[in-house]
Design a protein around this ligand. Structure first.
Ligand code: ADP
Ligand code: MG
Ligand code: MG
Length: 902
């Protein structure tokens, strides 16, 4: 009975039965092939085996009941339609077997062309092609090669070596010079390779070829590289892949045949026009493999005007239909055009904005949809400084753009040398084969990092991204010789001290100094480029979309800024307040001495003296910031880090004291300092005496800061300005801590503000897991919460932020334990859950409680969406991230009818 039921389950869809919205079931490739078929475009007939069949196969290790029969039935109707039978010795039907998951996973899964060829049907194929033996044997050797590699794991190089040998024997390096006899010989060589690696002969039975190829595509879903890729990209592991079986059409039938790719707009700039490549007398995989030079698509007009015009017509139809840039694969078989694939095409960041703007102009999409066609990561990319490139500069190598930016500096090969030269004020680029945790200091000191090995999850890439430092990884043309302090590339030798320029966005490496300039988009945000006047299409598109995002968003966007200058820039970038003004830098420089006096104070009088000296300095700091923000809210965090950070390091102090004692100098002060540093030394300073704990232990410290804030506000208001201070207590874990601070603070505030009309809010950070879990209690004493997601991540995961990125994050990323560092993008399930609990319980206890987030997550696109969902009032981030947060807050607020684009 059960068997009967599963037989009824539909596992195979003819192209005429599907459509573009069935990506879950048919995969992206299959859904779009069906869509084109139904639009009446010339797609070779075929059918799609569903992702459900794949899932069933992977779960049980065998094809589900009914699948074999359904494949058989669809194959028969395909054979009827084509008037040919799979593998028929006289007049064979050939098919391609193509993988295609819901999300494109480039290079992860593969395709086999020309299934159905064997020792007998190769003759029939030649006859079909009017006695074209060369074509038939070329097709056969391709089948053995692709089948061997994809289905039977034969190392691909072996086939490549064999074809290279054949070309060498012929004295050519063009595969077109191989004639039918050469290719027949190559088929023999390939079969031997196949037999050697698989222990069996190449399968001659066409149905067996087809079944093995289908299984191989199913199995490729669980290949290790696919598993890791999915973990990193957060693509669910249980989607499975569809399999498309498509009647072959042939671009390798001669000069009147060929194959190509096309884009409906320039995926680089977004400009309208015709972009693509064409390769005559070739099968599809040759274009990607780059074994022969393609010609620009425009030349097809000269080669085959009829097909060219037809193709242009289809491209226009597809754009109109998908309402977006499409990319297309096509093949021409003896003057007849066939469409083999389409999808909404990938594009650069600049093109994404420009195209979204164009489509609005063309009336194809509305502004809400345009907002969804771009994203904050793209905007961030467009804000990095860039090289001013003209013809003088040509890249000598291209690696992986691992961490964006443009960096110029002198080459160094060791971490120590990087630190030395940087200390002398030099900009340096650290060049290594690959980096490891020992290179950390050098990486910190360098302007940029360049490696010859490793991908986007290599140590260099991960650490550089964490530090926001420009990095090009895996530039494998570089031959790096660390002991000799040089590298060579394309005939150039670069020695230590020579200048290079690296572009962490494109991965390109230049010799010498390429001038750097701020991007147009930053010039626009700075107000230096007028979007209404410029004819730069990118700036116009960014302006238009940002304006719409601002109108749409519910989240406010504030900035993290500690100085008037930062505050001013952030306002130009659109910040609507300061969400985090740190006060610790205000204790550095010449004020260090006052802090030392505070720490060393032996009597209450001495301590009060030190605080009294700090008070006017702090007040001035706040006056400047309040003036700059002109009545926008400013959240000031009371001092957070452990006090010993303001003192000299223990080792250095100990040496100084010992040396001075040896010389018989008076070291009373240094000894006292040393004793204090020893006393305050902590094994785990991150979990030690800091934040509110410090405020409760050092009498008068928080009080001084509160007084400085209140007095500054009053000063600004009395001078006719406006000030809106919010005092934020860090590291609170229990409501009692906050109550103690608050009682004291309220007394001071009442006394200072008098009748000035200034209003000061008192709230807390939620950054200790216990605070999140007792938020209901804490809200009784807090007028606002600001989530400190950096510490919340650190304490939630138990990751010491300063250590883990260099120590093992690269490994976690490589294994796919997370796809992105939880310090970069909020961990929704764990740390995010703490945020959600605290937001809900805080608001339940105090309706209308103001909620915000500070820390770099406030400028991370995915995190912004999460904070929108949780219902926070604002996010706060560094000035350069403010536009990104504005854009993403707009995207989070707007829902669209859904387009096909992502
Ligand atoms: P990928 O996803 O890697 O592009 P495809 O399944 O699209 O893999 O196929 C690889 C190449 O083979 C492409 O260039 C495609 O156009 C070509 N191809 C696929 N099926 C056929 C077919 N039935 N006839 C001719 N060429 C095909
Ligand atoms: Mg393709
Ligand atoms: Mg913190």
């Amino acid at each position: 009975m059960a068997a009967q039921e599963t037989v009824d389950h539909k596992y195979v869809y003819d192209f005429a039965e599907g459509n573009k919205d069935l990506k879950d079931l048919l995969g992206g490739k299959g859904a779009n092939l069906a869509e084109m078929t139904n639009l009446g475009l010339p797609v070779p007939p075929g059918f799609t085996i569903t992702t459900e069949a794949c899932k069933a196969y992977l779960a049980t290790g065998r094809q589900p009941d009914g699948l074999a029969e359904q494949i058989e039935a669809h194959l028969e109707s395909l054979e009827r339609e084509m008037g040919r039978k799979l593998g028929d010795p006289n007049d064979p039907l050939l098919v391609s077997v193509r993988s295609g998951a819901k999300f494109s996973m480039p290079g992860m899964m593969e395709t086999v062309l020309n299934v159905g060829l064997n020792d007998r049907s190769v003759v029939g194929l030649s006859a079909q092609a009017g006695g074209n033996d060369r074509f038939a044997w070329d097709s056969y050797r391709r089948l053995i090669q692709m089948f061997g590699k994809t289905v039977c794991d034969v190392p691909g190089e072996e086939f490549e070596h064999a074809i290279d040998d054949a070309k060498r024997a012929k004295g050519t390096n063009n595969d077109l010079d191989l004639d039918a006899d050469d290719l027949r010989g190559l088929v023999d060589a390939y079969k031997k390779i196949f037999a050697k690696h698989t222990g069996r002969e190449f399968p001659q039975e066409p149905r067996e070829q087809l079944d093995l190829a289908i299984r191989a595509v199913f199995d490729s879903w669980n290949a290790e590289r696919a598993v890791v890729y999915r973990r990193q990209e957060r693509i669910p592991a249980d989607l499975g892949t569809a399999v498309n079986v498509v009647a072959m059409v042939f671009g390798n039938l001669g000069a009147d045949s060929g194959t190509g790719v096309a884009f409906t707009r320039d995926p680089g700039s977004g400009a309208q026009g015709i972009y693509g490549d064409y390769l005559a007398n070739a099968q599809g995989e040759d274009v990607v493999a780059g074994i022969r030079n393609t010609v620009p698509l425009q030349e097809l007009e000269r080669i085959d005007k009829k097909s060219y015009d037809e193709l242009l017509g289809y491209m226009a139809r597809l754009e109109e239909h998908y309402k977006d840039l499409c990319d297309i694969e096509f093949t021409i078989e003896r003057g007849k055009l066939w469409m083999l694939q389409t999808r909404v095409g990938k594009r650069t960041a600049a093109a994404a904005f420009v195209i979204a703007g164009q489509l609005v102009d063309e009336g194809l999409i509305d502004l809400n949809e345009a907002l969804h066609r771009v994203n904050g990561a793209q905007l961030a990319q467009l804000m990095f400084p860039r090289f001013q490139l003209d013809h003088e500069f040509e890249a000598v190598a291209k690696g992986i753009g691992a961490s964006p930016g443009a960096a110029v500096g002198k080459v160094v090969f060791t971490s120590d040398r990087a630190v030395e030269l940087a200390a002398e004020g030099e900009a340096v680029i650290l060049v290594r084969r690959e980096t490891n945790p020992d290179d950390l200091n050098g990486m910190i000191a360098a302007k940029g990092i360049l490696t010859s090995r490793g991908g986007k999850t290599s140590h260099a890439a991960v650490v550089a991204r964490g530090m926001g430092k420009t990095c090009v990884s895996g530039a494998d043309e570089l031959d790096v010789n660390v002991p000799a302090k040089k590298f060579t590339v394309g005939g150039h030798t670069v020695n230590e001290g020579d200048v290079v320029s690296i572009d962490g966005t494109t991965g390109k490496v230049y010799l010498g100094e390429v001038p750097v300039m701020p991007s147009e988009v930053v010039q626009y945000f700075e107000g230096e480029l007028d979007a209404e006047r410029t004819d730069d299409p990118l700036v116009r598109a960014v302006h238009r979309i940002m304006t719409h995002a601002d109108a749409a968003r519910r989240l406010r966007v504030r900035t993290n800024a500690d100085t008037g200058a930062d505050a001013a820039r952030a306002r130009r970038f659109g910040a609507e307040g300061i969400g985090l003004c740190r006060t610790e830098h205000m204790f550095l420089g010449e004020r260090r001495e006052l802090v030392e006096r505070l720490i060393l104070a032996a009597t209450e009088a001495e301590r009060e003296q030190a605080l009294a000296a700090l008070l006017p300095l702090q007040r001035e700091d706040f006056v400047e910031i309040f003036r700059e923000m002109d009545g926008l809210p400013v959240t000031v965090r009371l001092i957070d880090p452990p006090l010993h950070e303001f003192l000299p390091p223990l080792e250095q102090l100990a040496v100084n004291v010992a040396v001075a004692q040896e010389r018989g100098e008076d070291v009373a002060k240094e000894e006292a300092l040393l004793a204090a540093v020893r006393r305050m030394h902590e094994e785990n300073p991150m979990l030690g005496l800091r934040g509110v704990r410090l405020g409760l232990v050092i009498p008068g410290l928080f009080a001084m800061q509160v007084r400085a804030i209140a007095e500054a506000a009053v000063t600004v208001v009395r001078a006719g300005g406006a000030a809106c201070p919010e005092i934020m207590v860090p590291l609170v874990g229990a409501v009692q801590e906050l109550e103690t601070v608050r009682t004291e603070a309220e007394k001071i505030i009442a006394e200072v503000i008098g009748d000035s009309g200034v209003e000061v809010l008192i709230g807390t950070m939620i950054e200790v897991p216990r605070a999140a879990l007792t938020a209901g209690q804490i809200a009784e004493a807090a007028q606002f919460f600001s989530f400190g997601t950096n510490d919340l991540t650190q304490m939630g995961w138990g990751f010491s932020r300063d250590d883990v990125e260099g120590a093992f994050f690269w490994r976690y990323l490589e294994l796919g334990i997370f796809g992105i560092s939880p310090f970069e993008s909020i961990d929704r399930d764990g740390v995010g859950r703490l945020v959600r609990i605290a937001a809900e319980e805080g608001r339940a206890a105090r309706p209308g409680l103001k909620l915000g987030v500070c820390g770099e997550h406030g400028g991370d696109p995915d995190s912004v969406h999460f904070f929108h969902e949780v219902g926070l009032d604002y996010v706060s981030c560094s000035p350069f991230r403010v536009p990104v947060a504005r854009l993403e807050a707009g995207r989070a607020a707007v829902t669209t009818t859904g387009s096909d684009s992502r």
